[in-house]
Design a protein around this ligand. Structure first.
Ligand code: AMP
Ligand code: GLY
Length: 424
């Protein structure tokens, strides 16, 4: 089978690495891909939002399966375009990807079906939002742009002044563009965060092993929100008791709710959970693998992932026994100093060859390109250095050791990825 991956980040590199291991795959393509992905896949210069061009490519090259990694094309309806042309594709249709594409939709869905989440109100008028803040809000409070905003559309406001400024940022100044046409204002929750990724075939759900991201740019969870600075898997805080609660009240109920709404979900549901003192609550849904969650979950997965993708498409996921290795994995993101605001690109990366041929540590490329035969930085997040270990502590030590192998000017990483492990 020939497989096409749509996307260009560290998540897509991890997907390419995993898909390339399937004996069923004879040729792998990635559009647009990056320098690291080109080790496993032929990179094709078509953008992830060029749906018709991608479908033309899939048709001309007899692609048997297209896997969409990114949120924008999914929310934009790439799966519908492929299906209309009779092409096999893994991911939710537009009417299901709205689970990630509209926070107001997902909050209303959870409320309607009794899925535990923070109390909230939706607003499409900034005046009404300001009025609510002045009369009813308790602080801190959380403001969320309704649409996709590169993980940056969430503002945690400590007081009324900050919250009013937040409404202006989202709804009036439109800092996150059309994502700010609507806004959710929700209760601030406290607790540990856990990410659970799952495969879904419209009715059956199979959860993967848990993970935890570190969203802030600086050590000790300081600085701006980023796409994610590092992950570990599994989360020691995701106990059997927590899992049992989530299975009963969150996972299957979400799949059933989408089906009941006439929006059957096929693809990946990423549950962003907060383990509050009152129990697990949904922070957010994503309609795709997390980045960099995929970089620690996929290396631990035992199944042939192509079989699982196909079972989701065919509605036969109930026949799949999803299995993960009994070990741990840690990913430390190497960024360019200045990320997520302003950073240089085009800096030469040295030391990548040290990862060649290893099956205990990997370097997944997030933002890299070829320049004059060399691999250079091409984004804020540059690499995801990932290592396995028997335990989380061992995996973390291995990952930070491997971080030393690679170098580029302005290399920056957090030094406390997985520090929470020590408190478990
Ligand atoms: P989201 O994109 O909805 O996951 O939000 C990004 C980050 O903001 C989350 O990972 C949390 O750290 C934080 N966050 C979002 N919603 C809340 C909430 N209701 N209470 C506390 N923190 C939140
Ligand atoms: N790492 C969080 C995300 O992919 O949204």
């Amino acid at each position: 089978m020939k497989v096409l991956i749509v996307g260009s980040g560290g998540r897509e590199h991890a997907l390419a690495w995993k898909i390339a291991q399937s004996p069923r795959v004879e040729k792998l393509y990635c559009a647009p891909g990056n320098a690291g992905i080109s080790q496993y896949a032929e990179c094709v210069a078509i953008g992830a939002m060029e749906f018709e061009k991608l479908a033309d490519f899939a048709e001309e090259n007899e692609i048997g399966l297209t896997v969409v990694g990114m949120d924008d094309p999914l929310v934009g309806g790439i799966v519908d375009v492929f299906e209309a042309r009779g092409l096999r594709v893994f991911g939710p249709r537009k009417n299901a990807a709205i689970l990630e594409g509209s926070k107001a939709f997902s909050k209303d869905l959870m409320k309607k079906y009794g899925i535990p989440t923070a109390a909230y109100e939706n607003f499409d008028d900034p005046k009404a939002a300001l009025q609510y803040l002045e009369t009813e809000a308790k602080f801190p409070i959380v403001l969320k742009a309704d649409g996709l905003a590169l993980g940056k559309g969430v503002l945690i406001c400590q007081n009324l002044e900050e919250a009013k400024a937040g409404v202006r940022t989202i709804m009036e100044d439109r800092q996150f563009g059309a994502a700010g046409n609507r806004m959710v204002i929700e209760e601030f929750m406290t607790g540990r965060e856990v990410s659970v990724l799952s495969f879904v075939d419209g009715k059956t759900i199979r959860c993967m092993t848990s993970a935890q991201d570190h969203k802030r740019a600086g050590d000790g969870d300081t600085g701006l929100n980023t796409g994610g600075m590092g992950t570990f898997s599994p989360s020691p805080f995701y106990t059997e008791e927590v899992e049992a609660f989530c299975e009963k009240h969150i996972f299957q109920p979400t799949v059933d709710a989408m089906a009941a709404e006439g929006r059957p979900f096929k693809g990946i549901i990423f549950f962003g959970l907060m383990l509050t003192p009152e129990g697990p609550r949904v922070l957010e849904y994503n309609a795709r693998f997390g980045d960099p969650e995929a970089q620690v979950v996929l290396p631990r997965m035992k199944n042939d992932i192509v079989d699982v993708f196909e079972a989701c498409i065919d509605g036969t996921l109930d026949r799949i026994d999803l299995q993960f290795e009994d070990n741990a994995c840690v990913c430390v993101v190497l960024a360019s100093a200045g990320y997520p605001v302003k950073y240089e690109k085009g800096l030469e990366i040295r030391g990548l060859e040290k990862f060649q041929g290893r099956d205990d540590c990997f370097v997944f490329h997030a933002g890299t390109a070829f320049k004059d035969g060399k691999i250079v930085t091409n984004g804020g997040r540059v690499l995801g250095v990932t290592a396995k270990g028997k335990t989380l502590k061992e995996a973390r030590a291995n990952a930070y050791e491997a971080v030393k192998w690679v170098d580029f000017d302005n290399k920056y990483c957090r030094n406390d990825i997985g520090k929470a492990i020590d408190e478990a």
